[in-house]
Write a protein that binds this ligand. Structure first.
Ligand code: GDD
Ligand code: MN
Length: 377
C-alpha cells in the first residue's frame, strides 16, 4: 500500500535539499485517512522538501501504527504518540515544536482541509508577503458548505465574538488550517494555551496584531471516514480561551469550573444534611459526615466529567483518584478552618472569616487536585 507514496521516478527526490516545510497533523482515530493524506501531500508538495508529523493522542483505532508503518517506508513521515492527554491545540503545539523546517503548517487529518493550497501558502511565506497564512472559509472564494446549519451558526457566532471581544481582524479565526513561520511561532508558543481546540485564534490573539497575515480561500470538504471529535464542549473551550486572553491568563476556565463545582458541592452538602437529619433522624455528627462524603464524591465526579474532561480518569483510576481527592479535600478543610479562625481572631467579622476560609479551601483543593489527582503525565 505504501508503494504509491514513495517518490516515483518522475518526481525529483528531495534527498539532500534543505527542508522547507513541516506539515503537522493532529489525529484522533483517523486510521483510514492517514495513507490518503500522505499520498495527497506527496502530490500537492511535489518539488518541495517537506516532512509530515502526525501527533496522535493514543487513538484506540491504532492510527499511530498506521503512521509508523508508513514512516518505515518514507522517512518524511513521523509520528508523535501522546499518552494520557487529549486536545487539538496541545497536539498542534507539540508537533510544531518538534519540527525543524523554517515553516510549519497545521492541517486536519480527515481530508476536510484542502492540501492543494499548501504550495501557494508556502510561497506567500517564503517570499515575505506574510508570516501567517490562513486557509479561510469566510473570504471570497471560500466556503463551509459541508457544515450543517447549526454548526455554521455556531462557527459564525464564535467568529463574531472573537472579532469584537478579542479584536481579532480575521475573517476565519476558527480555522484549523494554517501555515506559520516557525521562528514566529516559537516566540508565541510559551504563551499559548495547550487546552482546547482553538489554536489559530490563540496564536492570532496572543500575537496582538504583530503578525503579517494573509487569508486564502478554500472549501471545507466533507469527511470520508470516521467522525468529528468536536462536541458541545467546544463552546466551553472557546469561552475559556476568550477569558484567558481578556484577563491576561489570570482567570483560567479550569479554576472557574472547579469553583463552580465546589459551590454545587455546597448545595449537595446542605441537601444531604437536611434529608439525613429530618427524614432519617441521624445524629448530627453522622449526618454531617454523610453530607461531606457525598458532597466530595459528587464534586469529584463532576470535576472528572467537566473540569478535567481532557484528562478524565477511567476504570481503576477513578477509585484511586477518588481516594486521593478525599485526602486532598480533608487537608483543604483543615486549611479552610485554620485560616477562618485566624482571620476571625484579628477581626471578628463572621462572613469575612468564613469567606477567607472558603477561598483558602478552594485554592488549596484546586492546586493539590491538579498536582495529585488529575496530574499531567
Ligand atoms: N491529537 C489530537 N487530539 N487530535 C485531535 C483531537 C485530540 O484530542 N481531537 C481532534 N483531533 C484531530 C482529528 O483527528 C482531526 O484530524 C482534526 O483534529 C480535526 O478534528 P475534527 O473532529 O475532524 O474537527 P472538525 O472537522 O469538527 O473541525 C475542524 O474544522 C473546524 C473548522 O475549520 C477543526 O479543524 C476545527 O479546529 C476547526 O475549527
Ligand atoms: Mn474534521
Amino acid at each position: 500500500m505504501n508503494e504509491a507514496i514513495r517518490p516515483g521516478p518522475g518526481q525529483p527526490s528531495q534527498a539532500g535539499s534543505p527542508l522547507r516545510l513541516s506539515v503537522i497533523v493532529p489525529t484522533f482515530n483517523e486510521r483510514d485517512n492517514v495513507v490518503t493524506l500522505v499520498q495527497r501531500l506527496d502530490v500537492a508538495l511535489a518539488g518541495i522538501a517537506w516532512e509530515v508529523i502526525f501527533v496522535d493522542d493514543n487513538s484506540p483505532d491504532g492510527t499511530s501504527d498506521v503512521v509508523r508503518a508508513l514512516s518505515r517506508q518514507d522517512p518524511r513521515v513521523r509520528c508523535i504518540r501522546r499518552i494520557g492527554r487529549r486536545g487539538l491545540s496541545g497536539a498542534c503545539i507539540e508537533g510544531m515544536l518538534a519540527s525543524s523546517a523554517p515553516v510549519a503548517a497545521v492541517i486536519d487529518g480527515d481530508l476536510q482541509h484542502d492540501e492543494t493550497q499548501l504550495a501557494k501558502m508556502l510561497d506567500l511565506i517564503e517570499n515575505g508577503a506574510a508570516e501567517l497564512v490562513i486557509g479561510s472559509r469566510y473570504v471570497e472564494g471560500g466556503s463551509a458548505d459541508s457544515f450543517n446549519q447549526q454548526r455554521l451558526g455556531a462557527s459564525k457566532f464564535a467568529t463574531a465574538v472573537a472579532q469584537r471581544v478579542l479584536r481579532v481582524k480575521i475573517a476565519d479565526p476558527m480555522s484549523g488550517f494554517f501555515m506559520i513561520r516557525r521562528d514566529r511561532f516559537e516566540q508565541l508558543a510559551p504563551r499559548l494555551s495547550t487546552q482546547g481546540f482553538k489554536i489559530l485564534l490563540d496564536v492570532v490573539a496572543t500575537a496582538e496584531g504583530d503578525l503579517r497575515v494573509i487569508e486564502v480561500p478554500y472549501t471545507f470538504g466533507s469527511r470520508l471516514h470516521g467522525e468529528s471529535k468536536l462536541d458541545s464542549m467546544v463552546a466551553l473551550d472557546f469561552l475559556g480561551l476568550v477569558l484567558a486572553k481578556l484577563t491576561n491568563d489570570v482567570v483560567s476556565l479550569r479554576f472557574l469550573l472547579f469553583a463552580l463545582v465546589g459551590s454545587i458541592g455546597l448545595f449537595v452538602h446542605f441537601s444531604v444534611l437536611f434529608v439525613t437529619l429530618e427524614a432519617f433522624e441521624l445524629p448530627f455528627p453522622e449526618a454531617q459526615a454523610c453530607a461531606a462524603l457525598l458532597a466530595m464524591t459528587s464534586n469529584f465526579l463532576l470535576n472528572n466529567f467537566l473540569t478535567y474532561r481532557d484528562q478524565r480518569l477511567k476504570g481503576f483510576g477513578i477509585l484511586r483518584g477518588l481516594l486521593l481527592f478525599y485526602l486532598v479535600c480533608s487537608v483543604g478543610l483543615l486549611a479552610n478552618v485554620g485560616v477562618a479562625f485566624s482571620v476571625y481572631d484579628q477581626e471578628p467579622i463572621w462572613w469575612l472569616a468564613g469567606a477567607s476560609g472558603a477561598l483558602m479551601g478552594v485554592v488549596w483543593n484546586y492546586a493539590m487536585s491538579g498536582l495529585f489527582v488529575w496530574r499531567k503525565r
